[in-house]
Design a protein around this ligand. Structure first.
Ligand code: ZN
Length: 173
């Protein structure tokens, strides 16, 4: 390596990054994740993380209440709880899609736009960057990027899930 030219060193560094991206995705594929939300968290016998297990309990509780009482509140709580369950499963489906690949430049443009809008509302910082993402990163590196972004948004989703579910239940009465 001592006598390697700058060009050879750069090629080796790129090769290491590319093959590590492949390994990273392979490790993520083998990792045990919650069967609903897809996060790599300790799981119960049903394969659910603590958060999703709490959602199951809430669905059961609300279903029992709604069966006993035909009040609007009981009906609303049940719809919100079921929406939380759908939301958990949706995030899990998303990470499985990322790991299965392929991730396009357009997928990354959307993910980065979403993240940017969480920080700078109504911005369009990454609008039109799909080709840049596609040409700059290898298919595996695009998967790693999408995975890392999913990890941030998946964590955020688990924290604001209840509020989002209640808003959504309110809108589709
Ligand atoms: Zn979960």
């Amino acid at each position: 390596m001592k006598n390697a030219t700058k060009n050879q060193r750069e090629r080796l560094a790129n090769f290491e990054c590319e093959s590590y991206a492949k390994k990273f995705i392979e490790y993520r594929r083998l990792a045990e994740r919650c069967v609903w939300c897809g996060r790599e968290k300790p799981r119960n016998k049903m394969g659910l993380c603590r958060h999703c297990d709490n959602v199951t309990k809430e669905v059961k509780l609300c279903a029992n209440r709604a069966a006993k009482s035909r009040s609007h509140t009981a009906d609303f709580d049940l719809r919100a709880a079921l929406q939380m369950k759908r939301d958990c499963i949706g995030w899990g489906d998303e990470v499985r899609r990322i790991i299965a690949g392929p991730i396009s430049g357009y997928d990354l443009e959307k993910d980065f736009e979403l993240l940017a809008r969480n920080i700078v509302p109504r911005s369009n910082v990454h609008s039109g960057d799909a080709n840049m993402f596609a040409w700059t990163f290898t298919p595996e590196q695009r998967q790693v990027l999408a995975y890392l972004l999913w990890k941030i948004s998946g964590e955020q989703a688990s924290r604001n899930r209840k509020n989002r579910a209640r808003r959504s239940a309110l809108m589709c009465r």
